[in-house]
Design a protein around this ligand. Structure first.
Ligand code: 0X9
Ligand code: ZN
Ligand code: ZN
Length: 421
């Protein structure tokens, strides 16, 4: 009798264990360092280290503007890492002492059930989609849902068109191509809500005079994975056939100057892996098909990222400046000036991707610029400069949103003045 009890208990325990989902990755004790790169050897060391070992993760690639890299280091690798820094004479600063503490601070302990979408915390894909449905239902005459296509794991990539009439000049916004950049979809959803509900004259004129195509969460698989398993996930989720590493950097997978000038990696374990070929990911292929199908309906392409406070123009694949760079810089100055004049006085730097940031080839904005001839294209890198990095505290969501709105009003205004809209 007693042994039957034991068996039953064991069976229950065993099934409970198999039913339980694998736990979320913990970043307890993980640190983030800012490194000052003085020469090629420094850079090669950091690149090798981060590509060869899972104990390291690049948060911010080497930047031309600051000559710095941000890298996350596991507690296991910490002492070895510090030794290497000393040995190679790399000066550095500890930016984040415990990544897990910031991840915990991102989520409230209790769920705010009932008070709806308030941009006071970060939401999961399911919540964002339910909110999108409610918005489509609340504003049926000026909104229309659209579908980009299916992700590798079979999720639907959705967008919303906001239009107050037919054939107004359009603006296309793609957001959260990089999974861990949560502030991007938080800002995109807030922006959608403002276009529909704000009474401010400047916002009304954005909504009334233009057609908006907005994809708040583009990398749906990666985004879901960043919520459920690994907060620091960046890439897509398609496994690589000959390798254990998973996913591609969506923003290196577009068919425009693919893999050129070292602007992406051919190592599947790298955070900037370009993929085996352009459009190897169903997500980027679907986006390119959709965007191509509406190419006569929009003039401006924007891509939302974090972090660093940048407004980046093409080109990413070369330090050569694009033909209308002066115009793009005028627009950039208007955007940055508007943000700087808010009470937060946040500084955005504007310039071409390859000259201020780093060479990045096969990106969405460059593809729209080069292949679809969309001569106003920007990557916006939101808050902050690295104090919190991808783990921007929820209290900063709304300030970041306000900054985007001020910047966007100025950006669209200048773009129109220069004759692009
Ligand atoms: O590297 C990227 O893809 C972007 N930075 S991030 O830290 N969010 O990953 C910059 C994209 C630059 N855009 C262009 N190449 N036009
Ligand atoms: Zn080329
Ligand atoms: Zn990004």
């Amino acid at each position: 009798m007693r042994s039957i009890w034991l068996l039953a208990t064991l069976a229950v325990l065993a099934s409970a264990r198999t039913l339980k989902e694998p736990a979320k990755l913990s970043y307890e004790g993980y640190e983030v360092y800012q490194l000052n790169i003085r020469n090629k050897i420094h850079l090669q060391l950091i690149n090798k280290l981060t590509e060869m070992s899972n104990e390291y993760n690049i948060w911010k690639d080497y930047e031309e503007y600051s000559k710095q890299v941000h890298v996350m280091v596991s507690p296991k690798a910490k002492s070895h890492f510090q030794l290497l820094l000393k040995l190679f004479g790399i000066s550095n600063e500890l930016m984040i002492a415990n990544v897990q503490r910031l991840i915990d601070a991102e989520q409230p302990v209790t769920r705010d059930s009932g008070d709806g979408f308030g941009w006071k915390r970060y939401y999961e894909l399911e919540e964002i989609e339910a909110w999108l449905d409610s918005i489509l239902a609340a504003y049926p005459s000026v909104t229309e849902g659209f579908t980009i296509g299916k992700s590798f794991e079979g999720r639907t990539i959705r967008g919303i068109k906001i239009s107050h009439g037919t054939n107004k000049p359009g603006i296309f916004i793609e957001s959260n191509i990089h999974a861990r950049e949560w502030i991007t979809s938080a800002t995109a959803t807030w922006f959608i809500n403002e276009l529909l509900s704000s009474k401010q004259t400047a916002v009304r004129s954005l909504a009334d005079n233009y057609d908006w195509y907005i994809v708040p969460v583009f990398n749906v698989d990666g985004f879901e994975y960043s919520h459920r398993k690994d907060r620091m996930w960046r890439k897509t989720r398609q496994p690589h056939p000959t390798n254990n590493c998973i996913g591609v950097d969506g923003n290196r997978n577009f068919d425009s100057h693919f893999m050129e000038n070292g602007g992406a990696s051919d190592n599947p374990c790298s955070e900037t892996f370009a993929g085996a070929a352009p459009w190897s990911e169903p997500e980027t292929k679907a986006l390119s098909d959709y965007v191509t199908s509406i190419k006569d309906k929009f003039n401006v392409y924007l891509s939302f990222h974090s972090y660093g406070q940048w407004l980046l123009t093409p080109y990413g694949h070369t330090m050569v400046l694009p033909p209308n760079y002066d115009h793009l810089q005028d627009i950039g100055a208007a955007f940055a000036g508007a943000i700087k004049s808010l009470p937060y006085a946040t500084e955005y730097v504007h310039g071409s991707t390859a000259t201020v940031l780093y060479v990045a080839s096969g990106s969405s904005v460059d593809w729209a610029y080069n292949e679809l001839d969309k001569k106003v294209g920007f990557t916006i890198e939101y808050r902050d400069k690295g104090r919190f990095g991808f783990l921007l505290p929820p209290a900063q969501i709304l300030p970041n949103c306000e900054e985007l709105m001020a910047g966007m009003i100025a950006l669209i205004d200048k773009t129109k003045q220069l004759g692009y809209l």
